[in-house]
Design a protein around this ligand. Structure first.
Ligand code: C2O
Ligand code: CU
Length: 475
């Protein structure tokens, strides 16, 4: 068996070195980022996305291509762009050997369009189509991915970016998207399929990859000009890796988290942490000299060059000095003091304390549950999706969810259909919160989107291993 840690360094450093030696001029136009784009504001009909097998050059050798699953056979799938308040209309055709759905991560969406198999829709069988048609209320950086067998389907390459544009474009020279993923590949470039659904991965950190990709390539290469100002939208599509990106010679400012604008602030030591499914939008003034190359490194496990910023020879532009703040999306604040309190106790996993769990209404000891049903995590003692919701809210009600991480592992807690925030002054809106081992965090949400919504850990093996529940908002 491949040891993930060694391979993460080995395969990557080799690839990176080759790559760095041959840094060339990769075109990166406004919104290009090497991604193909679909405009959502096409009134004539839906964007067609076909979920299907394809190929990718993740090791940067044509010989060792990887067979992936992707939208239109590409990884990432097409960039979908829409105007704030506009409509997205996508027709998915399923040409995979499994049923699938599309979930529009972070969008405060009409519940019927949320794409959660078994909760908001039946999964789309192979050979069939399904139309997603919905309004996008919030400007920002979002993404889409399957919500059926997602631990396998996302890992095989099914994901893409969904960008909702502000009514007035912010004053930047380039808008660059970097979708970052890790892959577990063999030396021949094939996806390690044996580790899909393995109980070892479920019970520990999740399935970590040994190869990093940016926009489906072994390394991101972004063409910049000295003095210009860029918006860099980082999206973590890894199943389980908490990315740590380091910007050495630059001073990026965070301007949005999980799509929602924040008052801008500087990164601590140039380091940004992005849990699975989270997004971070950075504003970066390109202070390097013409002709140089700067690296963005990923340091969660070893030190890899994730992307390079390649400065053109053109003379430096006059640098901007004015701050840039994105306009807020006008989300309604929850009522902190009067919010109804709900507990969500997270337990299980390797080295955990739990010994008994309920699964589908039946009590098990953990050993037996792992063995018979592959479940190893629980919320409030229940593994997997419960029959009854964690809570039912009235529209307009504020709910405080106190999440207690009684496990030895970090978790990326994601709520559907709503953004939430913590009580402290200035806390950002988020749709996915990284919780460290043994941490307790209380999040508040203003329940205003009717329907059945999932709460789960976005470390997709943890979700598959039991970390999922749901709530409902009554109209
Ligand atoms: Cu990104 Cu429940 O999903
Ligand atoms: Cu988790």
């Amino acid at each position: 068996m491949i040891h993930p840690e060694r391979e993460y360094m080995h395969l990557n450093n080799q690839t990176r070195r080759q790559f760095l030696a041959g840094v060339g001029a990769a075109g990166s136009l406004l919104f290009a980022s090497g991604l193909s784009t679909a405009e959502a504001a096409k009134p004539s009909g839906p964007i067609l996305l076909e979920a299907m097998p394809g190929k990718a050059n993740l090791l940067d050798t044509v010989k060792n291509q990887t067979s992936i699953w992707g939208y239109d056979g590409m990884v990432p799938g097409r960039l979908i762009r829409a105007r704030q308040g506009g409509e997205v209309w996508v027709r998915i055709k399923n040409s995979l050997p499994q049923p699938t759905t599309i979930h529009w991560h972070g969008i405060r969406i009409d519940n019927a369009m949320d794409g959660v198999a078994g909760l908001t829709q039946e999964p789309v069988p192979p050979g069939e189509t399904f139309d997603y048609r919905f309004k996008v209320p919030d400007a920002g950086t979002y993404w889409y991915h399957p919500h059926n067998l997602s631990w396998e389907q996302v890992a095989r390459g099914l994901y893409g970016a969904l960008i909702v544009e502000e009514p007035d474009a912010p004053d930047v020279d380039q808008d660059i998207i970097a979708i970052i993923d890790d892959w577990r590949l063999g030396e021949d470039g094939a996806i390690d399929e044996k580790s899909f659904g393995s109980i070892r991965e479920k019970a520990h950190a999740g399935r970590l990859g040994n190869i990093l990709s940016v926009n489906g390539k072994p390394m991101g290469q972004f063409q910049v000009r000295s003095g210009e100002r860029i918006r860099l939208r980082l999206i973590n599509t890894c199943n389980a890796r908490i990315l740590k990106l380091r910007f050495e010679e630059l001073t990026p400012k965070v301007i949005a988290l999980d799509g929602q604008p924040v008052p801008s602030y500087e990164l601590d030591h140039g380091l940004v942490t992005i849990a699975p499914a989270q997004r971070v939008d950075l504003l970066i003034d390109m202070t390097g000299a013409p002709g140089i190359t700067q690296a963005i490194t990923e340091v969660s496990q070893s030190r890899l060059v994730a992307a390079t910023l390649n400065y053109s020879q053109q003379p430096a532009l006059q640098a901007r000095t004015s701050p840039l703040e994105l306009p807020g999306n006008g989300l309604k604040n929850p009522a902190i003091t009067s919010a109804r309190k709900v507990d969500l106790i997270m337990s299980g996993g390797a080295m955990g304390q739990a010994d008994k769990m309920t699964y589908k209404g039946k009590s098990y000891d953990l050993r037996q549950l792992v063995h018979e049903h592959g479940q190893v995590w629980a919320f409030n003692g229940n593994a997997g999706m419960p029959e009854t919701p964690l809570f039912s809210a009235r529209t307009g009600e504020s709910i405080a969810v106190r999440m207690v991480n009684e496990t030895r592992w970090p978790h990326a807690m994601h709520f559907h259909g709503h953004h939430f925030k913590e009580a402290r002054q200035g806390a950002p809106w988020r749709d996915t919160l990284l919780m460290n081992a043994s941490e307790t965090r209380t999040v508040y949400l203003h329940a205003d989107n009717p329907g059945k919504w999932m709460i789960h850990c976005h470390m997709l093996e943890h979700q598959a291993g039991g970390m999922g529940t749901w709530f409902e908002v009554n109209a």
